[in-house]
Design a protein around this ligand. Structure first.
Ligand SMILES: Nc1nc2c(c(=O)[nH]1)N[C@H]1C(S)=C(S)[C@@H](COP(=O)(O)OP(=O)(O)OC[C@H]3O[C@@H](n4cnc5c(=O)[nH]c(N)nc54)[C@H](O)[C@@H]3O)O[C@H]1N2
Ligand SMILES: Nc1nc2c(c(=O)[nH]1)N[C@H]1C(S)=C(S)[C@@H](COP(=O)(O)OP(=O)(O)OC[C@H]3O[C@@H](n4cnc5c(=O)[nH]c(N)nc54)[C@H](O)[C@@H]3O)O[C@H]1N2
Ligand code: SF4
Ligand SMILES: [Mo]
Length: 756
């Protein structure tokens, strides 16, 4: 059905129907909304009831979008600053032409004198930018070094890589009937009996393209929840089962479930016999994880482990959604392997109401891969850390994050000279462990460009050129869930207005690309660019997608029986053995164990008992909140009123023993660093576990160094060490450190120097 996407209203205002993405930050959920514009201002945002998935529901970050778009501190013109003045509020407003006149010759000179590899493009998570920072690096600038700087690439990448290697497929997602216009009424669809949420809280996070409230739609229809989480979340309070485990002990729990299911013969023999590889070895391995032993490791009662395993295995279909706690774990590859094995041996992969998987080639991903042809083999070989970490560099087209910090510090194998910060404010504290070390390393770069909407600690510390971005209300685009790796739908992002003189990520790619590598950018403009991606796949041009609003691709179940998963069209999975690899040929080839195994977190009551005496609490971090996207939104008044402070959640019994009351200022400290937060007492967290929010800086505090908007004060990533990663290069202990907590004076402030 065709829809008007722009409607003129009688009072002179107009309404634009669109799907959301970024900025401000968000994953590609593509919620449907109507943007009301009057007298050149975005005056109101409301949900679009006709959107097939979100049905008019929006969260508070989109409802407050007008505050963001018209915020007085927003930067809407390019700016420059003398590198000598980094850290000082000494900016000069310039035009885009002036900006390009500085940037383009500098890139040319660095490439000529030191090679394109001396330039690194840094990007963060899941925003629209992450479709474009690869082409920005590869095709516009011409460097092989695109870096997602989070230690161990601990987000999404591990899940994609594990799925690539074990299933040979795109992103595994729970089946919420999103592919069908008639949704849950589609005759092909079956509602899952159980939904297992493993280290994920989608109501808050709406991650990777999954609309979290779908869970509520499904619960209303009868699905039951199982939550694997050290915190009892809102979903947990409504769940049939909660496993309140010790952070980082997850792989033992997954192996415990497998032990029960295999030993009690509750698995799907047909699927195991016909579509899996290495079941006997897995059966032998899980004997090392009887429920009694797993209970001791995980702090989850033995009876609960058995009950959950039975419930999941004997109710079909059931499904699992695995989240960030799987990635932010050096043992996370084994955890992901065990979770996929759990789904596979219970016959829940690629079936209605189970786990859906994308085709091997990502929809709309071809062009992104194509952009690499701009780089010679010789240049591609220089990608930082690629040779040292083949399991990571085979799946990810980036540098290895931890190696990138080492390269910055040591200047080996070569010196890095320029940084382009596309969508990461990572000092603040988000996309890195040890932000203090990154800060010092990045300061050595001779030229830095930052793209953002507001001045941030990262831009204040490092930028020589600041390029302003339009919000998603202010530019055209396409939102594709799961970045095309399992596209539930595609939606049009429609420009409703434009404030100031900004350029979107794709506009910057095209403009810079035409100046440096014009052959890579044969597009007239942004609509032409999208039309060339969409037409071959969808049969519509960009305007056609605007009229459709949302395009749902449909889903074919049991593709493994029909040849829909393999690139050669044969039945089976697109893996080395053609089967779901319960025993992984690739993990073994890369020097790791072929089977999942549990390894203690690097710092824990059991791996470092001496340190545990001094730091007797397990620290997990970063569980998402509605009111922020990582370091963003701290200057949005309505949102800040709801969540004014960085919070550490403590169990009341623990707090009492420490003499801490609700609202106290407390220091969270370990052998690597410290941060100051407000204590929030809650019985929903285990007595031996505390949880710190992440991404805090204070736009209201002093901008200049040494304060940098107070970025060192609540910087929880100073407590996370560098390169404590898994054997294959993935996963870091962001959600499983140890710490102590004590009260401090409310006025207590500190800078980088007082951290060490
Ligand atoms: N302790 C702890 N640390 C964590 C986590 C945790 O759980 N615990 N989570 C980690 C995870 S999973 C991730 S992914 C990282 C995220 O870390 P990042 O993705 O690096 O997030 P930010 O540091 O907020 O930086 C993003 C910047 O991009 C800008 N931006 C917003 N939208 C766009 C856009 O469309 N285009 C461009 N070019 N820029 C945009 C924002 O204004 C912001 O300044 O943080 C990690 N850090
Ligand atoms: N509003 C908002 N939405 C976001 C983001 C944001 O910053 N704000 N960030 C986006 C990004 S980049 C990502 S990656 C996703 C992440 O979104 P999710 O995958 O949902 O991850 P989190 O919210 O970090 O954590 C989910 C749950 O894991 C639990 N947990 C903590 N440690 C452990 C552990 O060791 N084991 C287990 N099993 N559970 C544990 C936490 O208590 C929490 O309830 O959210 C995305 N969406
Ligand atoms: S999930 Fe929330 S912030 Fe993201 S597009 Fe939907 S309503 Fe907006
Ligand atoms: Mo993430």
């Amino acid at each position: 059905m065709k829809k008007e996407w722009k409607v003129q209203n009688e009072d002179g205002s107009y309404t634009v129907r669109t799907c959301g993405w970024s900025p401000p930050g968000d994953h590609p959920v593509g919620c449907g909304m109507k943007l009301h514009v009057k007298n050149g201002k975005l005056v109101k945002v409301e949900g679009d009831p006709e959107h097939p998935i979100t049905n008019g529901r929006l969260c508070i970050r989109c409802l407050t979008l007008p505050e963001y778009v018209h915020h007085p501190q927003r930067i809407t013109h390019p700016m420059k600053r003398d590198p000598k003045n980094r850290g000082k509020d000494a900016w000069t407003k310039i035009s885009w032409d002036e900006a390009w006149d500085i940037i383009v010759p500098k890139i040319k000179q660095l490439k000529a004198d030191h090679g394109a590899e001396s330039i690194v493009v840094f990007g963060g998570t899941g925003r629209e930018a992450c479709l474009y920072y690869y082409p920005l690096g590869f095709a516009s600038i011409g460097t092989p070094n695109v870096c997602y700087p989070l230690s161990g690439w601990s987000c999404y990448g591990p899940r994609c890589a594990i799925t690539d290697y074990i299933l040979g497929a795109g992103y595994p997602e729970i089946d919420n009937a999103g592919y069908y216009p008639d949704r849950f009424d589609n005759p092909k669809y079956v509602l899952p009996k159980y939904i297992m949420e493993w280290g994920k809280n989608p109501l808050m996070s709406n991650p990777d393209g999954f609309f979290g409230h779908s869970l509520i739609d499904m619960m209303k229809r009868g699905s039951k929840m199982i939550c694997i989480d050290p915190r009892i979340t809102w979903l947990g309070t409504r769940a049939e089962h909660v496993c309140q485990l010790r952070p980082g002990s997850d792989t033992a729990l997954a192996l415990g479930f497998l032990n029960v299911i295999i030993n009690e013969d509750l698995y799907d023999h047909d699927f195991v016999d016909n579509w899996t590889y290495g079941f006997d070895e897995l059966k032998e391995r899980v004997q090392e994880y009887p429920p009694e032993k797993v209970a001791e490791i995980t702090w989850v009662p033995k009876e609960k482990i058995i009950e959950v395993a039975r419930a999941f295995a004997t109710n079909k279909p059931s499904t699992i959604q695995w989240g960030l706690a799987v990635d932010e774990n050096p043992n996370g590859v084994q955890l992901g392997h065990a979770i996929l094995s759990l789904a596979a041996i219970t016959g829940n992969i690629d079936v209605p109401g189970g786990i859906t998987i994308g085709p091997p080639a990502a929809l709309l991903g071809k062009w992104r891969v194509e952009t690499r042809r701009n780089l010679s083999e010789e240049l591609w070989d220089k990608r930082i850390g690629a040779k040292e970490w083949p399991a990571l560099s085979t799946a990810m087209a980036t540098t290895h994050p931890d190696e990138t910090l080492d390269t910055l510090e040591t200047e080996r194998p070569y010196k890095l000279r320029m940084g382009w910060f596309n969508s990461s404010n990572f000092l603040s504290p988000t996309c890195c462990a040890c932000p203090d070390r990154w800060y010092k390393g990045l300061k050595k770069l001779e030229f830095n460009v930052v793209q953002d909407c507001f001045m941030t600690p990262t831009a204040m510390a490092l930028a020589d050129i600041f390029l302003p971005l339009p919000t998603f209300a202010e530019h055209d685009g396409v939102v594709i869930t799961h970045f095309g790796r399992n596209a539930v739908f595609l939606g049009a992002i429609n420009e409703a207005l434009r404030v100031g003189d900004t350029r979107s990520d794709i506009e910057v790619c095209i403009e810079l690309g035409k100046k440096l590598h014009p052959d890579m950018w044969p597009f007239d403009d942004v609509p032409d660019f999208f039309t060339k991606q969409l037409k071959p796949e969808l049969g519509v041009d960009f305007d056609g997608l605007r009229e459709l609003g949302v395009w749902q691709p449909d889903y074919t179940y049991r593709k493994f029986e029909k040849g829909g998963l393999r690139t050669d069209g044969e039945p089976g999975f697109n893996t080395v053995t053609g089967m779901v690899e319960l025993t992984s040929t690739l993990f073994e080839a890369w020097g790791d164990d072929a089977l999942p195994y549990f390894k203690e977190p690097p710092y824990s009551p059991y791996s470092t008992p001496e340190l545990w005496k001094e730091y007797p609490l397990v620290l997990t971090t970063g569980a998402r909140k509605f009111t922020s996207f990582h370091s963003e939104h701290r200057q949005i008044g309505t949102l800040r009123e709801i969540d004014p402070d960085p919070i550490v959640e403590i169990n009341p019994a623990t707090a009492k023993a420490l003499g801490i009351i609700d609202g106290d200022n407390v220091m969270i400290e370990n052998m690597f660093g410290k941060c100051k937060m407000k204590a929030q007492l809650t019985p929903t967290i285990h007595e031996k576990v505390v949880h710190c929010t992440h991404g805090w800086w204070f736009p209201e505090k002093a901008a200049e160094e040494p304060s940098l908007y107070g970025v060192w004060e609540a910087n929880v990533n100073t407590l996370v060490p560098h390169k404590h990663i898994g054997k294959l290069g993935f996963g870091a202990p962001h959600k499983q450190m140890i710490c102590k907590i004590y009260r401090v004076d409310p006025g207590h402030t500190f800078t980088l120097d007082s951290l060490s």
